[in-house]
Write a protein that binds this ligand. Structure first.
Ligand SMILES: [Zn+2]
Ligand SMILES: [Zn+2]
Ligand SMILES: [Zn+2]
Length: 326
């Protein structure tokens, strides 16, 4: 496996073959007997039987050991896929789906995400830590046991770079956070809001890329997902996530969920590099949920422009009307 840089778009691509890992003959690798036999990176709660466990990915895309050995290949750039790849097992119960977990348990999963991001950011080689969840066969979920993935990379993924640059530009012009501006306007207008709980808001973004795209955001400004801002009540976030995903499953069989947080701004000398000087004020963590509905793939795969056949206002309206408990 290697990382290759597209010289035109500057994005890094992982190239190589990866095995399908889960549901091997020895039984589910994410069920308690298998997990308890191996060292875990994190277990919650710390005492007693685990409710959430984090283990190294059995067949990682990125590996912690070694040097990236960044080098030229003729005019091209490549490096070894140094990084971390971890599995967050969201419940010991093989049958339970994420959105059917209790509020306490969903809260625990979000705590595990936060703890792993913080820990991986201590490694100054890692420029970005991603948390994502592929749910359903159409989203490429491995095995059926509920889990999410945490990866740390020595580059910032392209979509995040776009966001960071746009947010910095907005801030430079207006001295305001673009995400705070979005939430304010969306709440004033109301037509794309799906649900709210405490300070957390779920909405269909104005330029939704796919039908029923949803962003879950904090109404109050904070750039780090992994460090809750003072006064934040993460239980509200867990409750909102649960309700939103229960609405969503009635219209989409699969989704990708991605946590977007600030890149690693830890610096060897303890300072923030000049590139990220305003990041605390200009970036704002959020969770993006990209459902997969059958109609999507055709138009999406051919062109590089998203075509979404469902108006976001209509999507939000439908989602609002669905039962968040079913
Ligand atoms: Zn299992
Ligand atoms: Zn903000
Ligand atoms: Zn984002």
């Amino acid at each position: 496996m290697e990382l290759r840089k597209d010289p035109i778009t500057s994005s890094w691509v992982v190239v190589g073959h990866r095995e399908d890992t889960c549901e091997t003959s020895g039984g589910c690798p994410f069920c308690p007997p298998k997990v308890d036999a191996k060292p875990v990176l994190l277990r919650l709660p710390a005492q007693g039987p685990w409710q959430v466990a984090v283990i190294p990915h059995p067949d990682p895309l990125y590996r912690v050991e070694g040097d990236p050995n960044r080098r030229a290949d003729g005019i091209f750039d490549m490096m070894r896929p140094v990084g971390a790849d971890e599995i967050v097992i969201e419940t010991p119960d093989h049958e339970r789906k994420f959105e059917d977990l209790s509020e306490d348990q969903i809260l625990r999963v979000t705590e595990a995400w936060a703890e792993r991001i913080q820990d991986l950011k201590r490694d100054l080689r890692f420029k970005y830590v991603s948390v994502f969840k592929n749910y359903g066969a159409l989203a490429g979920q491995d095995g059926s046991h509920a889990h999410s993935e945490v990866t740390a990379t020595i580059f910032v993924p392209r979509r995040i770079l776009y966001e960071l640059r746009a947010a910095r530009e907005w801030y430079r012009e207006k001295e305001r956070c673009v995400f705070c501006d979005i939430v304010k306007q969306e709440e004033r207008q109301g037509k794309r809001i799906v649900d709210t709980q405490g300070e957390y808001v779920a909405l269909c973004p104005y330029a939704s890329r796919v039908p029923y795209e949803i962003w879950v955001m904090d109404r109050k400004h904070s750039y780090l997902f992994e460090v809750p801002r003072p006064g934040a009540n993460r239980r509200h976030l867990a409750v909102l996530l649960q309700r939103v995903l229960r609405r969503l499953r009635q219209v989409a069989p699969a989704y990708h969920l991605v946590v977007h947080t600030s890149p690693n701004t830890n610096h060897p000398k303890g300072e923030v590099s000049s590139y990220w000087k305003t990041i605390m004020d200009d970036y704002h963590w959020h969770i993006e949920i990209l459902p997969i509905v059958e109609t999507r793939s055709k138009s999406y795969s051919i062109k590089e422009v998203y075509f979404n056949a469902l108006m976001p206002e209509e999507a939000a309206e439908r989602l609002r009307q669905l039962d968040p408990k079913s």
